[in-house]
Design a protein around this ligand. Structure first.
Ligand code: ZN
Length: 90
């Protein structure tokens, strides 16, 4: 039996380490631009604590981490995604 070790990544906001599957992944895909939870390329991770994803500077931090500017289409998808987290009992 192969033991699956968790892949750890750092939240770009609080800088804490989390299991990758508990993080929101934002990838600057080489062909398709910025994507949520998919894509290949430079990635940034945000944990699902309200303090982080609703941080007023989170988009700036994302742009810095991905070394790109966020497309309005992505910002719309991102905001829809984090709005759904508000339903979680944090
Ligand atoms: Zn965080």
């Amino acid at each position: 039996m192969i033991q699956q070790l968790p892949v750890l990544r750092v939240c770009i906001s609080c800088r804490k380490t989390f299991d990758r599957k508990d993080l929101l992944k934002i990838t600057k895909d080489n062909n398709q631009g910025i994507m949520l939870q998919k894509g290949m390329g430079r990635s940034a991770y945000i944990c699902k604590s309200k303090k982080c994803y609703s941080d007023s500077k989170i988009k700036k931090k994302l742009q810095k981490a991905l070394k790109t500017s966020l497309e309005p289409e992505f910002v719309e998808i991102f905001e829809k995604e984090i709005a759904s987290y508000n339903n979680y009992p944090h």
